[in-house]
Design a protein around this ligand. Structure first.
Ligand code: DC
Length: 223
């Protein structure tokens, strides 16, 4: 394991725990940049769908990967020059991104891009494998968890507030969270797990503000 010295916060954890909103706020408070690696997997899934690529058709997958151009401008995700920030959040992409993110070759390409982006540090990066694989030398590693019930409730309220997913019941949101937990933690390629030197924070009974304050304080005390 390389010496942990890169000024970067690696924020990993399961689906629906609020990593991206938390990471964005931490980045704002520290004056650092924010990288949403989940959005990169989602944009790749969209690129593969747009090209009507079957994941079993390896030459076709390679062709998409060779021309893949994903940029993040602030909190927007840009694919081939077009803003796809909303398009990558549809249920169709949320389903298809599971096999896409389990594909070792796709992970290899995206991890390379993530390392180029964050190599000088001063980034808050959220994902599933940031502290274990992408930036094992990050100075601050947080593994953010919450019970499935707490995550489902938060996601359900968030979707209602946004006026999306109105057709999804709390039970359906919960089933989707459990499906993604199972897929993310049992896949062969970089499964979701806590890095040995990460601090686990169970946010089930914490407010968003408390989680942000806890991580910022932990970072300042330990770097
Ligand atoms: O965090 P999210 O729901 O936007 O992530 C989308 C998918 O990508 C999800 O299935 C988990 C996966 N993912 C991953 O495997 N590794 C990452 N670093 C980030 C996300």
């Amino acid at each position: 394991m390389p010496f942990a010295s890169l000024p970067l916060i690696a924020l990993d954890g399961p689906s629906g725990v609020g990593k991206s909103t938390t990471a964005k706020q931490i980045a704002r408070e520290l004056g650092w940049a924010y990288l949403d690696t989940g959005a990169m997997y989602r944009a790749t899934a969209l690129a593969l769908l747009q090209a009507k690529t079957d994941l079993d058709d390896r030459p076709a997958v390679e062709k998409v990967l060779a021309s893949l151009r994903i940029d993040q401008q602030g909190t927007r995700t840009i694919l081939y020059g077009a803003d796809v920030s909303e398009q990558i959040r549809t249920p169709e992409i949320t389903r298809f991104v599971t096999p896409v993110s389990a594909d070792a070759r796709i992970r290899e390409v995206l991890v390379d891009q993530q390392r180029v982006i964050g190599k000088r540090g001063n980034w808050v990066v959220d994902g599933r494998d940031i502290g274990t694989v992408v930036f094992p030398n990050a100075c601050c590693k947080i593994f953010l968890t919450a019970s499935p019930e707490a995550r489902a409730k938060r996601r359900f309220l968030e979707q209602q507030a946004k006026g999306i997913g109105a057709a999804m019941t709390l039970e359906e949101v919960m089933a989707d969270i459990l499906r993604r937990d199972q897929a993310d933690s049992t896949r062969a390629a970089s499964p979701l797990r806590k890095a040995e030197d990460a601090v686990e924070l169970d946010s089930s009974a914490m407010s968003f503000e408390e989680v942000v304050a806890w991580i910022v304080r932990h970072h300042r005390q330990h770097s």
